[in-house]
Design a protein around this ligand. Sequence first.
Ligand code: ARG
Length: 451
Amino acid sequence: DGTVVRRDRFSGGPARSFLSSMDADHRIFAADLAVDRAHVVMLAEQGVVDDDEAATILSALDSVEDAGFDALPEGEDVHEAIETAVVERVGPVGGKMHTARSRNDEVATCIRARLREDVLAALDAVIALRTALADVAEAEADTVMPGYTHLQPAQPTTVAHWALSYEGTLARDTSRLLDAFGRTNQSPLGAAAFAGTTFDVDRERTADLLGFDGVVANSMDASASRDFLLETVAALSSVAVTCSGLAEDVVLFANRGFVELSDDYSSTSSIMPQKKNPDTLELVRATAGDAVGAYTSLATTLKGLPRAYNRDLQRATPHAWDTADDVTDAVEVAAGAVATAEWPAEELEAAAGEGFSTATGVADALAATGMPFRTAHEIVALAAEQSDDADGSNALPESHASDGVSGEHSADLVAVDAAAREVTGKPLSELADPEVVAAALDPVTNVAQRD
Ligand code: ARG
């Protein structure tokens, strides 16, 4: 009557659920159906099964697909469950589907087929973020903002410069993902358990039917290696680490009023009614922890595994699924937050002039006259110190302002003059054109003077 009684010597017993990968295998249900179809078509083309047997199996696979994952019979994993479902539908001929293969090459093929889709989804998200950053750069090309080293005001720069700094890193992350894609997109099918098969399989044909770029040549390598998982998780971790830095910057900028996040990407507090918090970016920042954790788990699981297949590999796979989902989500949210944020130009420019962060440009202006840079550095360092003191005590009143220098920078020019006298014994006007120095003191000109 077509009923099949499985006569497995090992049913799993009390450890059955511990042995099962069924939950995680939901992810490779479609991939396994594709692998089954390609394998059966190839077996028919090679004359290993008859055409009508292949057709029977293929129609059963359609029916299994229509019924869906949740309708699958019990099984240790999706491969076993689909085979059981096929045999339930068409009887013992369904058992021919597993000719010339093992679950070992089957699962490796399914993971690679599914993972390449996940890598493409991650690439889409990364490219969208790069586009959002490039759009910010285009819109804010002239928006001057403070730049930091050691989190201290360092030199004025532009919002565009900041945005494209992350675009540049993400461009390399893109190429790392593409590299991982290329090495993932190779077919292990035909390796069987690890030792190859006596049947005349055509590995290139199944690879082609499944859209792989080629085959993993060595059958032991094909069934046992998971370096493609490690490499993909590493590339995704790199994306996550890049985005965590971007997220941290935006959190800090929001804290200082340098960026206004859209309400869509902010949260409030359940108790403090005035709060607008950059929670989405904080979660983006945290995702790097999950990704790096998954990399560590995966690498530790793979480390020291002997050839060939070992069941440890079953626990390796979900680290890649989790990382692909988490990182892609985080990148999408980062892209949305960046695309909808606003950059208050006046606040940014005012902040760009604070903390004497124009100092390097002033030292450059002095050194351009032929003065040794070290002397220029000494003068400006002294001026910065004096201007620091002045900021606290208001010791240099507005009346000291030099012609052509706005009030906010005039005190700094006075400080440079005083420092020049102290270091060289000459007034600033004898050492350099004070207007050139004054221009360097203005954050906007200061940025414009640099290439
Ligand atoms: N579910 C397993 C995995 O994910 C594949 C099954 C191979 N099982 C075996 N006993 N050789 O790796």
